[in-house]
Design a protein around this ligand. Structure first.
Ligand SMILES: Nc1ncnc2c1ncn2[C@@H]1O[C@H](COP(=O)(O)OP(=O)(O)OP(=O)(O)O)[C@@H](O)[C@H]1O
Ligand SMILES: [Mg+2]
Length: 158
């Protein structure tokens, strides 16, 4: 028997919120990701591949919001709707970096400009090492990776 999808997305909508209205960015994404399978999302530049991944991980930039749909992640037989839990809540923190991870574009040379250095490095460190860290003093060793400002605050974007 074929196991059900690990991740099932139905009707995912993401909008760009402006002062005078909203602009649709994703308008009804449906996809099923089967366990143990590789799926490639292919499309022209600007078609929404990265925004889809950011929505799944709940790391959308502040201006973009999930406006509809469901993203069901199967966990021990139960399904958690990733679209319906707080982006920074315990459920998403335990999923990001452990069950779902993202390799950003140009991964060898850049961090995502949309999120702070601390967020991109620290949450994974925390979840893997289970070491309590004070966010204010988190200072990943970026010098080894050639980061031009390894000592800069982890609360700043790169
Ligand atoms: N922070 C943002 N603010 C406003 N619009 C955005 C933002 N991020 C993405 N978009 C818009 O959302 C759409 C989808 O962008 P996305 O980055 O997901 O495309 P992509 O398929 O990943 O493209 P590429 O192949 O170039 O990586 C584009 O029209 C893009 O301009
Ligand atoms: Mg992209």
């Amino acid at each position: 028997m074929t196991p059900g999808p690990l991740l099932s997305i139905r009707g995912l909508q993401v909008v760009l919120r402006l002062d005078d209205g909203v602009v649709p960015i994703l308008d009804g994404i449906d996809l099923d990701l089967a366990p143990g399978k590789v799926m490639a999302l292919v499309g022209e530049s600007g078609s929404g591949k990265s925004v889809t991944a950011q929505a799944i991980l709940r790391i959308l930039p502040r201006t973009l919001q999930i406006a509809g749909g469901a993203m069901l992640l199967r966990t021990n037989g139960a399904a958690l709707d990733l679209a319906g839990v707080p982006a920074d809540g315990a459920a998403m923190q335990s999923i990001r970096g452990r069950r779902i991870a993202m390799i950003f574009q140009e991964p060898m040379s850049s961090f995502s400009p949309l999120h702070t250095v601390g967020n991109q490095v620290g949450e994974v460190e925390d979840s893997i090492d289970r070491v309590a860290r004070a966010t204010d003093h988190r200072s990943p060793n970026l010098g080894d990776d050639g980061h031009p400002h390894p000592g800069s605050s982890s609360r700043q974007p790169p």
